[in-house]
Design a protein around this ligand. Structure first.
Ligand code: ZN
Length: 152
């Protein structure tokens, strides 16, 4: 098991737009495995490439019941609205109040390189939208209606 250091805002890598993965090679699979270990070690529910300094379109999420590892994820449909609170391992000490789509459809590749498409609602939809935002250099405070810091 190998755990990465998680970059923290205002690290400039967090603001870069990540590049699509062209080849799912051993290096990418190793990164995914380490991202998974890093997410669990940090008690997170999701982690995106840029958070560990790798500007590639890869995410791991696990809102509690199952692990998803998605390469080149893309949201192809948004439906409804849902307000909720969000935090981020890269924005420690802050919690934001945000509006997200209640239901989304996501397509991408699994670690075997197979095309996948899934529908997500509520908590999973929120985590996926948050992680996919990271791939475009977007952090939750950019979209938050309200932000609370631990010192408030
Ligand atoms: Zn985050």
């Amino acid at each position: 098991m190998s755990v990465y250091k998680i970059l923290v805002d205002p690290d400039p890598v967090l603001r870069q737009k990540s590049l699509p993965v062209k080849n799912i090679n051993a290096g990418i699979l190793r990164v995914l495995e380490n991202m998974r270990d890093t997410m669990y070690a940090a008690d997170g529910v999701g982690l995106a490439g840029p958070q560990i300094g790798i500007s590639k379109r890869i995410i791991v999420v696990d809102p509690g019941d199952n692990l998803l590892e998605i390469i080149n994820p893309e949201i192809i449909d948004f439906e409804g609205e849902r307000f909720g609170s969000e935090g981020c391992l890269s924005v420690p000490g802050k919690v934001g109040w945000l509006k997200r789509a209640q239901k989304i459809r996501v397509k991408g590749l699994n670690p075997k390189g197979e095309s996948i498409e899934l529908e997500a609602t509520d908590m999973l939809a929120k985590v996926l939208q948050h992680e996919i935002d990271h791939l475009d250099g977007v952090l939750f405070p950019d979209k938050a209606i309200k932000i609370r810091t631990d010192s408030d």
